[in-house]
Write a protein that binds this ligand. Structure first.
Ligand code: NAD
Ligand code: WQD
Length: 349
């Protein structure tokens, strides 16, 4: 059977570009839709260099109904992987309307265009940020939801919309039901082992790993460690960092699962994509110094508002139902981050 054709929204971005590499290497045909609001076409040129394969590209906004309708009319798409979205928590607090418009309305336009074209297989980039307060730091998919900022709520709203679309199939006696995997990412870091693609944040990074690597290369002077008075062994926050290549492999497993028995009658189901192992901020700093041989200048400052002490995945469902588990360790994540950063000190510029 010929491999499917996958439409990848946000495919020029950090995670999307890594997904494009894995998809092409697995012999899928791919078409990328990206408005380049947070990426450059250079990432896609490099995806084609790494794989020696071509992909289709449309510079378009997912909120542009006419553009999406034309793309679905022109391309025979089987499945959509939906990465396109804005993702900066701080910016989402300052511009909530922008985040709801881009992420939530954008997804509605996309699902309407999909439905009109008869494309009903979707893999969605959700986030561990949809989870609410919990007594355990190890989050399973059935834990209560309760995002605490507009970015997180935009993801939670999209999950609700997708669950409702799927539930409506039974009421409407749909012969071809929606098949939707909601992939809740923990903390993606690292880069492709070639060092040709990686994370290229605009301005000063918000996230730990890009900040640390920019301190290591001398672009930034000092890391601020946000709090060392958390109830964790060294007092700093613990997260589940996952190598971006492991993460995107989970998407290929999800595409395959949508064709399997578990989704035979359709459905919309969440899966955690994490390693199940947490590391503290200071453990990340230590690993970076050990693997790269570079000193990381840091100081301890106050806690960042909204941060949890500890958060890591229970990844059992993804293993049982998708046959996926993360394979790379923290040293791989650090080495590949540094390989990308040191070969591309200005990112894709
Ligand atoms: P990214 O910003 O590098 O990639 C997102 C891409 O989507 C960019 O290329 C951007 O230009 C594009 N885009 C944004 N809005 C668009 C629109 N309206 N129309 C068309 N294209 C649009 O981010 P990323 O880190 O690769 O994240 C990909 C997805 O994964 C996002 O939805 C993000 O919310 C989600 N996610 C990311 C993380 C993380 O830590 N990186 C964690 C959990 C979830
Ligand atoms: C990790 C740890 C910080 C920066 C965020 C989003 C989340 C998701 C992933 C998309 C924490 C500490 C950080 C710094 C620090 N994105 N830190 N100094 O907060 O777990 O998750 O990115 O869905 O929605 O909230 O990741 O990398 O920002 O922080 O000490 O300069 O590093 O306090 O303990 P976070 P992060």
């Amino acid at each position: 059977m010929a491999k499917k054709k996958i439409l990848v929204t946000g495919g020029a971005g950090y995670i999307g570009s890594h997904a494009c590499v894995e998809l092409l290497q697995a012999d899928y045909d791919i078409v990328v839709v990206d408005n380049l609001s947070n990426s450059k076409t250079e990432s896609l040129a490099r995806v084609q260099n790494i794989t020696g394969k071509a992909l289709g590209f449309y510079q378009a906004d997912i909120r542009d109904r006419t553009a999406l309708t034309e793309i679905f009319a022109k391309e025979v798409i089987d499945t959509v992987i939906h990465f396109a979205g804005l993702k900066a928590v701080g910016e989402s607090c300052a511009k909530p309307d922008l985040y709801y418009h881009n992420n939530v309305y954008g997804t509605l336009v996309l699902t309407e265009a999909m439905q009109a074209a008869g494309v009903k297989e979707l893999v969605f980039s959700s986030s561990a940020t949809v989870y609410g307060e919990s007594t355990s730091p190890q989050y399973a998919e059935d834990f209560p939801l309760g995002a605490i900022n507009p970015y997180g709520r935009s993801k939670a709203m999209i999950e609700d919309i997708l669950r409702d679309l799927s539930a409506a199939d039974a009421i409407n006696h749909e012969s071809r039901p929606w098949k939707i995997a909601l992939l809740r990412y923990f903390n993606p870091i690292g880069a492709h082992e070639s060092g040709l693609i990686g994370e290229d944040p605009n301005g000063i990074p918000n996230n730990l790993m890009p900040y640390v690597s920019q301190v290591a290369i001398g672009k930034l002077v000092q890391l601020s460690v946000f709090g060392n008075d958390y109830p964790t062994p060294d007092g700093t926050g613990i997260r589940d960092y996952i190598h971006v290549v492991d993460l995107v492999k989970g998407h290929i497993k999800a595409i395959e699962a949508l064709d399997g028995d578990g989704f035979a009658a359709g459905g919309c189901r969440p899966y955690n994509l994490g390693t199940g192992q947490g590391y503290s901020v200071l453990e990340i700093v230590d690993a970076f110094e050990r693997v790269t041989g570079r000193p990381i200048n840091y100081k301890i400052v106050g806690r960042r508002a909204g941060d949890l002490a500890e958060c890591f995945a229970n990844p059992d469902r993804a293993l049982q139902e998708l046959g996926w588990r993360a394979e790379k360790n923290l040293d791989d994540m650090v080495a590949d981050t540094w390989n990308w950063q040191s070969k591309n000190p200005q990112g894709f510029a």
